[in-house]
Write a protein that binds this ligand. Structure first.
Ligand SMILES: NC(=O)C1=CN([C@@H]2O[C@H](COP(=O)(O)OP(=O)(O)OC[C@H]3O[C@@H](n4cnc5c(N)ncnc54)[C@H](O)[C@@H]3O)[C@@H](O)[C@H]2O)C=CC1
Ligand SMILES: O=C(CO)COP(=O)(O)O
Length: 315
């Protein structure tokens, strides 16, 4: 199975570095100049692509692979997919983005499946910072594919000695866990940024996990997926590490500081999407709604007060 990665940002480059340690892989980037000339991505400085990685600026050629990884931000996925005319029949399309599309309230595999109904859409998600993967540190991810036979083949192709892929057929659970943990990470960052302490963060993580489970199970996810790498695992990583851009964005909100606009912070648009989705489905998701409000400029202090003032209830 030949493999292409579309997207030369931090995650796409890290995956190319990891997979390229063991087998040939192609990477396509929208702005490939730096990758071509230095074999490094500006989003992942200091990490060079191994020889087995081919940087191909020709998208059509990259689309010829059997397995195609889509590694761009969630809100770019629809526009990117729509500009591709090829049918991609029979190919495995693996979404590597974490989020919910704000216009359609769909996840990445739905978007890929709608654009390419004759291909198989899957998702690669779970706890991993690009820099850790690129540095060859041990990492475990979830590969979710409804076609388990194809999932088994991809699991073998994409795993390396350091990057260990677990498999599931629960695409909905894997995708929603990865999308929503970013929203909860913003909440946790804001909590720590405000100086509210580790106990408050633990409460947000736990009640945030309950919100993730509420939405995901309503949409058909298996609870065991949410308890796995793509849910609980990624929630823990992202809510507790300053390597996370979502967490750092939340910290900046909590401290009343500005944050670099050019940094990919998936949780902001996901908070807006999930708030809309929760309203549509009549589900209560107060932490996600709070993150949506503070991202839109509401006071962090007042928003936290209104979370604390909610009626007492059973756990
Ligand atoms: N960086 C990380 O540690 C991890 C990131 N992810 C996920 O991977 C996805 C991508 O994130 P990063 O690579 O970190 O972001 P990034 O900001 O480092 O890179 C994004 C890349 O996407 C490209 N891009 C944006 N719009 C595009 C379009 N319309 N067409 C083609 N390329 C486009 C940009 O040029 C850039 O190279 C996100 O959904 C993120 O949640 C998942 C796991 C780890
Ligand atoms: O998804 C990630 C870790 O699993 C990366 O988190 P950030 O996008 O918050 O940096």
């Amino acid at each position: 199975m030949s493999v292409s990665i579309l997207g030369g940002g931090a995650f796409g480059t890290a995956l190319a570095v990891a997979i390229g340690q063991q087998r040939p892989v192609t990477i396509w980037a929208r702005n490939p100049e730096t990758l071509l000339s230095t074999r490094q991505s500006p989003r992942l400085p200091g990490v060079s692509l191994p020889d087995a990685v081919t940087v191909n600026p020709n998208l059509k050629a990259a689309l010829g692979a059997d397995v195609i990884l889509f590694s761009m931000p969630m809100q770019s996925l629809t526009g990117f997919a729509e500009q591709i005319e090829d049918g991609l029949t029979g190919k495995a399309l693996v979404a590597c983005c974490k989020g919910i599309d704000l216009n359609t309230l769909r996840g990445p595999t739905d978007i890929l499946a709608q654009q390419w109904p004759d291909a198989t859409a899957a998702v690669l998600t779970g706890p991993s910072f690009a820099v850790d993967i690129a540095n060859g540190l041990p990492t475990a991810l979830t590969l979710a594919c409804r076609d388990d036979q194809l999932g088994i083949k991809m699991q073998e192709q994409l795993s390396t000695r350091a990057l260990r892929l677990y498999r599931t057929v629960d695409v909905t659970g894997a995708e929603l866990g990865g999308a929503l943990k970013n929203v909860i990470a913003i909440a946790c960052g804001a909590c720590i940024g405000q100086g509210l302490g580790d106990s408050a963060r633990a409460a947000l993580m736990t009640r945030g996990f309950a919100e993730i489970a509420r939405l995901a199970q309503h949409l058909g996810a298996d609870p065991s997926t949410l308890a796995g790498l793509s849910g609980f695992g990624d929630l823990v990583l992202t809510c507790t590490s300053e390597k996370s851009r979502n967490y750092r964005f939340g910290q900046a909100l909590g401290r009343g500081e500005t944050f670099d606009d050019d940094t990919t912070v998936e949780g902001v648009k996901t908070a807006a999407a999930v708030t809309a989705l929760a309203r549509k489905l009549s589900l209560e998701m107060p932490i996600c709604e709070a993150v949506q409000n503070v991202s839109q400029g509401a006071s962090v202090t007042e928003t936290i007060q209104s979370l604390l003032n909610r009626p007492l209830k059973e756990e």
